[in-house]
Write a protein that binds this ligand. Sequence first.
Ligand SMILES: [Cu+2]
Length: 379
Amino acid sequence: MDRRDFLKCSAVGIAALSMKSLIGCSSRSSSYRGLDATLNFSEALVGMVDTQPVYMWLFEDPLTGPRFPGPVLVAEEGETVYLTLTNLLNEDHAFAIPGVVDSGVIRPGKTKVVSFVAPAAGTYLYFDPLNAPVNRVLGLHGVMEVIPETSTGTPYTSPTAKVASLFADLGTTDEFPGQPWDPARILIWVLHSIDPSWNAMAEEGRAIDPAAFSNNFLPRYFTINGRSGFFSSHDKDTAPSGLVGQPELIRIVNSGMATHSPHLHANHFYVLSVNNVVQDNVLSLDTFTVSPLDRVDLLIPFQRPPDIPAVHPDNPRQLLRLDAAEELTLSFGDVPQSPLNYPMHCHMEMSQTAAGGNYPLGLVTHLTFTGDVDGELFQ
Ligand SMILES: [Cu+2]
């Protein structure tokens, strides 16, 4: 194939080298809603956080070009989804969502149409299952989200009692002042790991032994939605943000080879679903392990962080509970309070680096409180 689009995943504003690179790397900015989608098996050079280009096999929407990760597919539970799949690469590929659909082998230059009924509402990973895990990890993966046919006020058709009760509390109780969950407040985090030496073999058209790949994989880049470091921290499709009291759902999918352990500062999150099993017992945690191929849905409640410091004028050891916007007008000595940005970083320490040691250019993002529960914006 002679099509080598360069995706500038390291850029926040996407500089277009061609029409096809306009869409960049965030999973959210391209999504299909409805019954028909067209996906090609394609290829591109993807810019890493340190500007190194890495050759990847990628799914592409023919209108917008290859994407890392692939375009988000959105379906309603129970509807029939039709996918037209064309293999533009030089070797066999396939499309699968485990337990839902498997295209079987699609030879180079060939097209297959598959159809399936959208399964239970939740978070799914689609990928190329051939030569596993090679084809998936070299870039052929993406997310399908399935939403309930009728609104339940939760992301699920049949939420457990505890999940239903958590969502019922949002915006209606002292614990969760603010608003109920807005189904538009969903982010997807596709966690991925890249060892460019294998990608280089694929670029040269060399066969890759999956056992050798699994045993010798040494990740040098770690991405969320195709980006790392500063760029994933400032990507609106990746970094959760909102007013105090605007809860947000995060659908986490691990498409890579490394186990991750996202740690959120400022708020504990609620674990709603693990591998599409809606949880009977909803845990409130700040760190959760996400192994390769895992899918985990979390709810960030966007509660006012408990550690916003404001010191009592007569007693420096006493912290005040002020209106958060008011607190940000205060100073500690001569140091003004910062805007309410908190990190999300992965507790698997290697994943905080790029290219073997550059810290913190790995799997990180920001959690940003943009304003108080009454809508007063933080400056
Ligand atoms: Cu931490």
